[in-house]
Design a protein. Structure first.
Length: 429
């Protein structure tokens, strides 16, 4: 067995085999022949133990990286699920197409982004999964199935956020739009001003998100809107340098929260507002690779978000002086995908981070009850403690989604022990 670690190092696996497939024929054969449980290994950017196995197979979709415009007048692209987002976007742009929205990390593979309901921010925009118009699914017997919202509709709605169970999504047709430019602005907001009108601020522009600088009383805002103005030079990304400074300040002044807050507040108020205009595929993503972290993120009804954020900030600043990573606040539109955290509910997402390699469990145990009390649903790819019994009442179509998986994969070929607990699925047999 070989050892595998995810991006942050908090999840380890020891699969019996690593299988790399070059095309769909090889994928079907790998599903039929590889030792179970079979888990699809993307870029390793999930913090939850989706890839955790002792034995079984890690399947890599290296060869499924095609990007093709769909024929017809409607803007759409057929995309292999092995392609990384950072490689997809320039190819789409060259085809005269664009994704309507993106997250701020583009290292993930398309399959992983779809499987976990990954998202950006924007109250009118959904997840990557919500962009899907067709899914090609290989079931537990290696049979190929094409699902759309109209044909094999139950499979489509169950598998658009698949978690790598029931089957493997090899390619997807994504709805796109014409390329556009974004005018992006970075600015500061006092915490109380943010809390006074959180949802109003999130709805104020095409895309808005906030990073609350823990222990500072200030939040960094990022907003963008479409423009026809000429592109400008994007300023050098200083986020990692800023994190290093926050870490140092926490180490030096963690014992003196009042002084730490004063120093941070004064330093941040000297922050120079940044603005730039760039093509869509050069505007969304940021550098997140040098100081790695672990993360939990919950998605809450808009009406509950402000109070939940207030409680989380108060708890972290009172009980966790060593946590210096900002908290991220975003908004996402509702969808109709059965295991999407945004199923039938527009939501505000609140993410709490801590440096990789530092103890995370106590922080998770402290903030998670707040999120749950406010009707939160966890991000599937980020750390949480919930099992099927706790998830079922939070997802109206939970049992329907599980039933589709049992039908597609009656032998449980994709069901690791973690997936068995998470979705109440049977062990492989």
């Amino acid at each position: 067995m070989t050892q595998w670690k995810n991006w942050s190092g908090n999840v380890q696996a020891h699969p019996q085999a690593h299988v790399h497939v070059a095309d769909e024929t090889a994928l079907a054969e790998a599903i039929r022949q590889s030792p179970a449980p079979i888990r699809v290994c993307g870029a390793g950017h999930s913090f939850s133990p989706l890839l955790e196995t002792q034995g079984g197979t890690h399947l890599h979709l290296d060869g499924l990286t095609q990007v093709q415009a769909e024929p017809g007048d409607t803007l759409a692209a057929r995309v292999g699920c092995g392609v990384r987002l950072r490689d997809l976007t320039p190819q789409l742009h060259a085809l005269g197409q664009a994704l309507s929205n993106m997250g701020d990390i583009d290292a993930q593979r398309v399959g992983g982004a779809l499987a976990t309901g990954t998202h950006g921010t924007g109250c009118s925009f959904g997840t990557y999964s919500a962009m899907a118009r067709e899914l090609v699914v290989f079931d537990g017997q290696g049979q190929r199935l094409v699902a759309t919202p109209e044909r094999e509709a139950d499979v489509f709605h169950a598998m658009a956020v698949s978690l790598g169970t029931g089957g493997i999504v090899s390619e997807a047709v994504l709805a796109t739009e014409a390329p556009y430019c974004l005018h992006k602005r970075r600015f500061l907001v006092p915490l109380e001003a943010l809390l006074d009108d959180l949802c109003g601020l999130l709805h104020s522009k095409r895309c808005v998100e906030f990073f609350y600088i823990t222990h500072s009383g200030m939040a960094l805002g990022l907003e963008s809107h479409c423009t026809d103005d000429a592109c400008t030079v994007r300023p050098a990304d200083q986020d990692q340098e800023g994190l290093a400074q926050l870490r140092l300040l926490g180490q030096c002044l963690g014992w003196a929260p009042g002084l730490r807050r004063w120093v941070l507040n004064k330093a941040l108020r000297g922050h120079v507002q940044e603005t730039f205009i760039q093509d869509w595929h050069k505007a969304y993503a940021s550098d997140r690779d040098r100081i790695r972290f672990n993360e939990t993120e919950y998605h809450l009804p808009e009406a509950n978000a402000t109070q939940a954020l207030r409680e989380v900030i108060a708890l972290v600043e009172r009980d966790f002086p060593h946590v210096y990573f900002p908290m991220e606040i975003r908004c996402v539109a509702a969808d109709d995908l059965w295991l999407s955290p945004f199923y039938q509910r527009a939501s505000v997402s609140i993410a709490v981070h801590h440096e990789a390699g530092k103890p995370f469990e106590a922080l998770l145990q402290a903030v998670e009850p707040i999120f749950l009390r406010h009707a939160g649903r966890p991000h599937w790819g980020k750390q949480h403690s919930l099992t099927a019994a706790e998830l079922r009442p939070r997802y109206p179509r939970f049992d329907d989604a599980v039933a589709v998986r049992r039908e597609l994969d009656p032998q449980g070929r994709f069901n690791s022990p973690y997936m068995q607990r998470l979705l109440d699925l049977p062990a492989p047999h």
